[in-house]
Write a protein that binds this ligand. Sequence first.
Ligand SMILES: [Zn+2]
Length: 87
Amino acid sequence: MAKISLTVCDVDQDRSKSARSYHLTVEGRSYSADLCDEHAAPLFRLMSLSIPPRARKVDGRNRGIATKIRTMDEIEAEKRNRRDTRG
Ligand SMILES: [Zn+2]
C-alpha cells in the first residue's frame, strides 16, 4: 500500500501550495510551524532586518535576543553533519 504525505500551511491549509516546516527559537523557547511561502514571508522579512550575531557582539558578549529561524530540512542536515563528524 502506498502512502502520500502532504505538508500544508498551518495558516491557510491550501493543498495546492507547497509548505515547509519552520522551527523558531526565541530566548530558549521553541516554536514550530508549517508555512507556505506567502505566510513564511514575515519570517524572512524579520531575518533580513536582523543583525548577524557576530556584528552584535560588544565587549565579547552577545547583545539582544537570540533568534534563529531554520527549516526542518536544515535542522536534519545539521544533525546528519554532526553525526558524520563524530564518526
Ligand atoms: Zn499559507
